[in-house]
Design a binder for this molecule. Sequence first.
Ligand SMILES: *Cc1c(COP(=O)(O)O)cnc(C)c1O
Length: 230
Amino acid sequence: MTDQLSEIAANLAQVRRRIEKAAAAAGRQAPEVTLTAVTKQQPPAAVDAALAAGQRVFGENRVQEAQERWEGRRAAVPDLELRLIGPLQSNKTADALALFDVIETVDRPKLAKAIAEAVARGARAPKVFIQVNTGEEPQKAGVSPAEADGFIAFCREGCELKVHGLMCIPPADEEPAMHFALLARIAARNRLAQLSMGMSGDYETAIRFGATHVRVGSALFGARQHHVAS
Ligand SMILES: *Cc1c(COP(=O)(O)O)cnc(C)c1O
């Protein structure tokens, strides 16, 4: 237990150092890059170790699992930021908005409308990121690059959502850099300042291409407890 605590603290310190170095190498300031610690499928002790080490921004990919993990912890950590980085079914929108500060995976009109309607009914307005399927993989969520501009406009004007940025998960078997560059281009032409891109294996590359949020799981916490397909 104590070992795990100090190991996670050491991993966090190392990832933060590497973020600083990558930012400096790209001529950027380290505070421009936020580390999102991805706690999906990690045991409670790992989550508590990260909190004890001062980590405050966390990513989860399933609403129900996140509720189980965070509902009891939220009240004790007022400056916590929870980010949904996995697919959201529109019928789970109310639950998601009750828990998450940021929804990174808005990718279709039905979901954007469901969020707007929940907010109109009094739900807390989330920060919205649009997920872009930069690799146009049929099994992967996200709006296609060609439809991104139109969908961003729909979210902003049709739904009055506050769109903060874009998110992508590059194909596992391709060089991620071109996907990061594509996401950055789509963000720039839509005047979006934030980019959630880069995971344990490629967050330094993502920072080079302008990532403002890197989503790191296994490099902090080790292997997850169950295998998941995506
Ligand atoms: C699991 C997950 C991550 C973290 O992946 P690691 O390779 O463990 O860092 C990042 N982003 C998303 C969307 C994920 O589902």
